[in-house]
Design a protein around this ligand. Structure first.
Ligand code: CU
Length: 115
């Protein structure tokens, strides 16, 4: 009976550990996502500074207009069109300054500074 209790409490503490681990992972991933808004044909903020390993989430807040995110200079593919209330995520794992634009609106530009 005592053995059974030990096993039982071990199971409980493993479960508790796993649960805490998940909670921390969720908190970390939320902190590592930084939002840029697409509104009135602008990226807001136009220049954003983040840390290596963070993700930018572009959020389209227009009423009707779609946009895209295009790091053209670096030979990257344009994102799919991002329609109102849709988002696009991109992870930045290299330090540097990266200029981008909207595919359909070349005058709509932004810069990501990764430190
Ligand atoms: Cu656009």
């Amino acid at each position: 009976m005592k053995k059974l209790l030990v096993v039982f409490s071990l199971v409980i503490s493993f479960t508790a550990c796993a649960f805490n681990g998940n909670k921390e992972a969720t908190e970390k991933s939320e902190a590592d996502v930084v939002e840029v808004t697409m509104i009135k044909f602008k990226f807001v903020p136009e220049v954003i500074e983040i840390k290596k390993g963070q993700t930018i989430r572009w959020v389209n807040k227009e009423k009707r207009q779609y946009h895209s995110v295009f790091f053209e200079k670096y030979g990257e593919e344009e994102s799919d069109y991002i329609f109102p209330d849709e988002t696009f995520d991109k992870l930045f794992d290299k330090v540097g300054e990266f200029d981008y634009r909207c595919g359909p609106h070349p005058e709509m530009i932004g810069r990501v500074i990764v430190k």
